[in-house]
Design a protein around this ligand. Sequence first.
Ligand code: CP
Ligand code: NVA
Length: 316
Amino acid sequence: MAIAQQNDIDLKGRDFISLHDFSAAEIYHMLDVAENLKLKQKSGKAHPLLQGKTLGMIFTKSSTRTRVSFEVAMYQLGGHSLFLSERDIQLGRGETIPDTARVLSRYLDGIMIRTYSHQDVLELAEFADIPIINGLTDLLHPCQVLADLLTIKEKKGNLNGLKLVYVGDGNNMAHSLMFGGAKMGMHVVIASPQGYQPDPQVLHLAELDAHENGGQIELCSDPQTAVSGADVIYTDVWASMGQEAEQAQRIKDFQGFQVNQAMINLAQKDVIVMHCLPAHREEEISTEVLEGPHSVVFDEAENRLHAQKAILALVM
Ligand code: CP
Ligand code: NVA
């Protein structure tokens, strides 16, 4: 059972490593497929698009949403998934990425990997001859952002022209939101303290993407100014996985960057508040806002499942 192709878009065999690698039309197609698969699942219609296929899932970092949603996604698509912890496979004992890539390509139909170094994911993709899906690196988190775009589209009806303000660390989430937002013609503002701005190379590429697609990327160091008129406010933890030792210093450096009610009051009346989760309540976001009427964080988490089913069905 193949997925219907629209507009000659065929993503079979493609890696999903960065949203920068895809055109706006390809991303819209992924969102259409995600919406379609979500409808099918909600109405109880079987959609076994990946019968007989196996996804390997390599993790060298913790995960709740990514691990569970990918595993359930493969199950609902009629395929199978294997959880491969670095602790248990030879990669953790020094077997090289090129050897791992070539061996796993003989058994699997796709690999999802969550790890530290983005370079490692690129190397895996270079040596594997099956699609590689980036389940988060220190640089990017594209699966999260595809789910976020799906959520924004559902809540707002469109993406083009919306103002999305990310308040916090210029990290993997900020980077992928810049790429995803730019491709969709959004106005993306990243408000971070000095020293925590996004990677300049990512900024440069995202600005090119924005220019091409009618979007805009802006950096700002004053979160109050940034959120003025926002349609979407997004935040993430101040210390990401691997930065635990910097936690105390970061709490000091990010004072004034908490997404709270005072900040929401400066945005559009119908602003939605997003967070990839896990959240540190009363640090980057107040409990009042996380649990309040503007928050869409659990719909956002659910959409990881639907967005990833689209990625899997399209590339595998
Ligand atoms: N948002 C996200 O990727 O969550 P996990 O770390 O739980 O996978
Ligand atoms: N920036 C966070 C995202 C977690 C989903 C991290 O990398 O830990």
